[in-house]
Design a protein around this ligand. Structure first.
Ligand code: NAD
Length: 434
């Protein structure tokens, strides 16, 4: 199959690289010249483990290429994937479909033969129909079908998720489009990963329902964590006791500083708006959004309380600012709420992150970037663990404590425990739900 992939972000680039690894001929298109220049030089514009090698392998095999020229990418293509961003629209919480609409118009102007137009971006119900209407409006004679193929990969484990998905969801309205999609995913079908064919609206909603459910699970355990703190229970053991129940499962039950990232915040908001638009308020999801905001704010109070009521004039070392480990993505990271609040309260904040600096520097003004955790902690009054990078999982706590003026730790990912921290010389330690 010949495939064009519009958008070389976290989803488009990973999908393009993996589809080329299946043996398809893939041309990735982006309107950002900086990204395409990097890709043409063999550089990967994002941090995603393993992506550089897999990309180099498929470029060398002649199956994967990059261009800014959509017409060249669409030439002879069986399918074109739209994998552009759908951020929150300013002001109202809706998904902003500007990029999707623009891509649909560009496809319509450029296409020359029957092509399946596949939306991989996360889009509200009705968007695939809108894409079809847009193409028909711009090019009434165009021969095409639309397909909805939402993506479920997780940043940091994106290649494995794409290559070994729990399921592939494909919304289609014609046998012809179904056949093309079946051929594209045949290598996965042969390895018995389930492909769920459905209609467009169902495929669109599956993605939002899945993300909102996961965000709810995280928020639920964060709320239980708060109760644990009040009643003297231990959230780690509560999570384990719940998660061993096969009906519940142990994933997404880790208490922490609130969910963030490029998907959950915007997708929960978009689902809430969708519910309001259709007079079916998503009351659970609306509450999740509210509670998650409160969780993040509670983390600020935790740090301030640990510093005896004020961080003014104190030096706070923040370990990890990306929204989770193994990515450089800073979108809606809890750090973007917590760090500015500490700076605003008069703290001198030092930050360290294995991959977050390039993105984070502009987003976190007024902080000092350190090279490693020990340098960040030098003469500090408090260390805050915000992202559970492996680098921060096995710290020499005694060494860290010795570097500090006052050894205090806010372990917002529950990596360590009170006893170990005390033994290492920390005079104050706090975590989440314990
Ligand atoms: P991103 O912002 O990293 O990448 C989008 C890319 O599209 C950018 O490089 C941009 O320049 C390019 N682009 C926009 N309009 C274009 C056009 N008309 N022509 C060519 N290129 C264009 O976004 P992302 O994180 O990859 O997310 C893409 C979609 O996938 C979103 O809808 C998101 O919700 C969804 N999704 C993301 C993830 C994730 O973990 N990031 C997971 C599942 C689904």
């Amino acid at each position: 199959m010949k495939i064009a992939m519009i958008g070389t972000g976290y989803v488009g680039l990973v999908s393009g690289v993996c589809l080329s690894d299946f043996g398809h001929e893939v041309v990735c298109v982006d309107k950002d010249p900086r990204k395409i220049d990097m890709l043409l030089r063999g550089e990967v514009p994002i941090f995603e483990p393993g992506l550089d090698q897999l990309m180099a392998k498929n470029v060398a095999a002649g199956r994967l290429s990059f261009t800014q020229d959509l017409a060249a990418a669409l030439d002879g293509a069986d399918a074109v994937f739209i994998a552009v961003g759908t951020p929150t629209r300013r002001g109202d919480g809706h998904a902003d479909l500007t990029y999707v609409t623009a891509a649909a118009e560009e496809i319509a102007r450029t296409m020359t033969h029957y092509t399946v137009v596949v939306t991989k971006s996360t889009v509200p119900v009705g968007t695939n129909q809108m894409v079809a209407d847009t193409i028909r409006r711009v090019r009434p004679d165009a021969e095409f079908d639309v397909a909805s193929n939402p993506e479920f990969l997780r940043e940091g484990a994106a290649i494995d998720d794409f290559m070994r998905p729990d399921r592939i969801v494909v919304g289609v309205t014609s046998d012809r489009a179904r056949a093309v999609m079946g051929e594209i995913y045949r290598p996965l079908f042969l390895r018995e990963f389930p492909i769920l064919y459905t209609d467009l609206e169902t495929a669109e909603l599956i993605k939002y329902a899945a993300n909102a459910f996961l965000a709810t699970k995280i928020t639920f355990i964060n709320e239980i964590a708060q109760l644990c703190e009040r009643v003297g229970a231990n959230i780690k053991e509560v999570s384990r006791g719940m998660g061993l129940d096969g009906r519940i499962g142990n994933k997404f039950l880790h208490a922490g500083p609130g969910y963030g990232g490029s998907c959950f915040p915007k997708d929960t908001k978009a689902l809430a708006r969708m519910g309001q638009d259709h007079a079916v308020p998503m009351q659970i999801v609306e509450t999740v959004i509210k509670v998650n905001d409160e969780v993040k704010r509670r983390m600020i109070d935790k740090v301030v309380d640990l510093c005896e009521g004020s961080v003014n004039g104190k030096t706070v070392a923040v370990l990890g600012v990306t929204f989770k480990p193994n990515t450089d993505d800073m979108r809606d990271a809890p750090a973007l709420t917590i760090v500015p609040a500490l700076v605003g309260a008069g703290a001198k904040v030092r930050v360290v992150d294995p991959q977050g600096k390039a993105e984070g520097e502009a987003l976190l003004p007024g902080v000092h970037w350190a090279d490693d955790a020990y340098k960040a902690a030098h003469n500090a009054d408090c260390v805050v663990i915000l992202t559970e990078w492996n680098e921060f999982r096995a710290l020499d706590l005694a060494k860290l404590a010795r570097k500090m003026t006052v050894a205090r730790m806010a372990d917002l990912r529950n990596i360590y425990n009170q006893a170990d921290a005390a033994k290492a010389g920390f005079i104050a330690y706090t975590s989440v739900g314990r």
